[in-house]
Design a protein around this ligand. Sequence first.
Ligand SMILES: Cc1cc2nc3c(=O)[nH]c(=O)nc-3n(C[C@H](O)[C@H](O)[C@H](O)COP(=O)(O)OP(=O)(O)OC[C@H]3O[C@@H](n4cnc5c(N)ncnc54)[C@H](O)[C@@H]3O)c2cc1C
Length: 603
Amino acid sequence: MSHGEENGSGSSTSSRGFGRRSFLGTATAVGVGAAAGVLVGRDSLPPGELAARQATLRLTGDSCTLTPPPGFPSGISLYQQGYQNWSTETVVDDVWTCAPSNAADVVAVANWAVGAGYRIRPRGFMHNWAPFTVSNTQTCASPVVLVDTTTCMVSMEMISGPPLAVKVGPGATMEAILGFLEGNNAGLASVPAVGQITIGGAMAIDGHGAAVPADGETPLTGQAFGSISNLVLSLDAVVWNSATSAFEVQTFTRSDPRTKALLTHLGRTFVTSMTLQASANQNLRCQSYTSISAATLFASPGSAGSQSFASFVGRAGRVEAILYPFTSNPWLKVWSVCPNKPLLSRHTTTPYNYVFSDIIPQSVAVIVNQIISGHPEAAPSLGAAEYAATVAGLTAFLDYDLWGAAKNTQLYIQASTLRLAEGGGVVLCKRADIQRVVSEFYAKYSSLMTSYQQQGKYPMNGPIEIRVSGLDHGSAVQASGAEPPAISALLERTDHPEWDSAVWTNMLTIPGTPYAYDFYTEMGNWARANYASYGAVRVEWSKGWAHTTAGPWNDNTALTQTIPNDFRVARTSTQNWDWALGVYDALDPHRIFTSPLHDTLTP
Ligand SMILES: Cc1cc2nc3c(=O)[nH]c(=O)nc-3n(C[C@H](O)[C@H](O)[C@H](O)COP(=O)(O)OP(=O)(O)OC[C@H]3O[C@@H](n4cnc5c(N)ncnc54)[C@H](O)[C@@H]3O)c2cc1C
């Protein structure tokens, strides 16, 4: 068994060539028509064989029909279903899956699992990169049952307050929740860009947006700029009662010290309901720019002018820069609070306005297929095609200047976009250091891209994405005794109260691209060393991290020391990483809510 398999990544992709699993996944990602020419690569199967297998197998592995888990509670819908995460890097065929109607069903399943020796995995839309649900080392024969919350546990109810809030089931989507809030003249200040994810999934991994207040902006009552997790006023979770020796639903409020371990929990518990703090809704204007060069936007602080990344953050607070590989001008989005429609803005009443990024243009798909079929050197062409498609799309759809109710520009990416592997991290820093963080990141990324290119290597063929959010502070929560989520990447650093900003950097590439793991490893190690003198680096739980040249979630030192240490600094023994792990074990002593990755990361 490889190191990666032990830790749950179980990747079948080498760092030198495209592997079978990534091949299949990416072929699926660019569509059947496009996939037809995609199926042969250096490490691939012979022509035709892959397509034949795709046609006969449900996903990529061997199909497997087993007798149902013995004694499973009757009356709860149970079936075998393939698990495939969004990037297609984690695939397990025919996993036993159930769809509970309510929290009582989840309790029944949990109590059954203890006696039966099964693990239970809460499941939303399977969009997470990090394998916190299942791993490639598991099969349909593994004693695990997925619990799909997306079908029945989707209720939504406004709580008029104060504080203004919404109570939701864990399977409700972010899109549904934001739409429901909008219908009640309410909203959230900072949310993930994607709407087809569950609130349960977003909360588990401290989902975040791209927003901080602009210079001089006074946030509305209820607005917070950290993670989704820190918006939770109270939650219901399925936890072990040692007095009755059984699982039951308990309610956790923010004044209960244990709650801070359950806000961001990486799937180490099962949340059946949560109440989120909200604010009055706002109108936002979202302007796109494609003519500012990366050199200007990411200039070093000494030479940064009014077109620098940090100056946009100062003026508007809400910024995202996307830079396609080997291109010179990023796609910059800048949102500003704007009560009334500016004359030249297009009024949008629906989210997902960037059709060109949700439906892959043919010009892009053709080059993706070239790369997958063994030509990673086509990466510069891919970047150029993506930039051209972006400029054309923004122009054709009148998308350069949008205005409307917040959610219609806050949600701007759909699951149908090109499926890519993603490495992610965040740097906590002073607001005055945002430009330094992004300029150093851009300089390092560019020089590494050049040095790999000079060796004939093209590990990164997707864009980089840079955003800024606030941190998680208890003071932002309208509940007495609130402490910030104990293991959120946005957890405040009380020893550095001046670190008030979080710069998120993501690097994307087609799953299985040769040398990608080498590149991620170098960038990850560089970031830890580079930012240590004026900030703190943490991993983005939902993405790829702890890379070695063998893959993500694979660096044993990172998994067992470096990352836990991130949540030990300036934390007491009743707040830190080890304490949080103790809470999970106390509430789930049989460790039924675990995946192989938890076994290493949260032993
Ligand atoms: C295209 C795309 C864009 C994205 N953009 C952003 C972004 O802008 N910002 C951001 O922060 N993230 C973003 N993400 C990441 C996304 O927020 C996470 O992957 C999220 O976890 C996905 O939710 P899901 O419903 O698919 O959860 P799943 O992938 O099904 O589950 C994720 C984890 O949550 C656990 N879980 C799910 N439900 C529960 C529950 N009820 N109780 C306990 N644990 C539970 C699962 O066990 C698993 O460990 C993006 C993802 C994609 C694919």
